[in-house]
Design a protein around this ligand. Structure first.
Ligand SMILES: CC(C)(COP(=O)(O)OP(=O)(O)OC[C@H]1O[C@@H](n2cnc3c(N)ncnc32)[C@H](O)[C@@H]1OP(=O)(O)O)[C@@H](O)C(=O)NCCC(=O)NCCS
Length: 129
């Protein structure tokens, strides 16, 4: 069943070793722990399989669910910036709280996670170990 999406993206990752994540869930699937689990899985994958040194993210100030997910995954605050948010009423100015987590602070999923195909992905992304 499709419940939402979790992305992991980066620019020049082999050099920066830093990824950015974003996510959303359909309304029926929010508030059940899925957002926390998928973020913890995505960033643990980045640290453990892609040798990332930092994962960054951000949420619009006031988005308490997203703030809670970041806190529960081990992120700390990393400054704020002003951006334009697309809403149903059109674009509006908004304040984004930036957050960052490093390998020493990450909170991994409680469930056991099995990863397949990581070696091929590392080769594809030119990640040297
Ligand atoms: C943000 C989002 C991905 C979080 O996923 P989720 O599955 O709903 O979150 P979880 O069920 O894992 O809950 C995480 C924590 O948020 C808390 N939380 C959820 N809604 C909250 C609210 N309105 N106020 C305060 N805390 C809230 C939960 O209590 C939980 O903390 P706890 O386990 O300590 O009680 C999801 O709600 C979503 O897609 N929202 C709409 C799109 C969006 O905002 N995307 C993020 C853009 S940065």
């Amino acid at each position: 069943m499709l419940v939402g999406m979790q992305d992991v993206h980066a620019t020049d990752f082999p050099l920066t070793r830093t990824v950015e994540t974003g996510s959303w869930l359909g309304r029926d699937h929010q508030g059940k722990g899925i957002g926390t689990l998928m973020r913890q899985m995505a960033i643990s994958f980045a640290f453990d399989e892609l040798d990332a040194v930092a994962c960054e993210s951000g949420y619009i100030v006031g988005n308490e669910a997203s703030r809670a997910v970041s806190r529960k995954a081990g992120y700390v605050e990393n400054g704020q910036r002003t951006l334009v948010q697309q809403t149903r009423q059109g674009p509006v100015r908004a304040q984004e709280q930036r957050v960052i987590v490093t390998p020493d602070a990450v909170v991994r999923p409680a469930e056991r996670v099995v990863v397949e195909g990581a070696e091929e992905l590392r080769r594809f992304l030119s990640i040297e170990r």
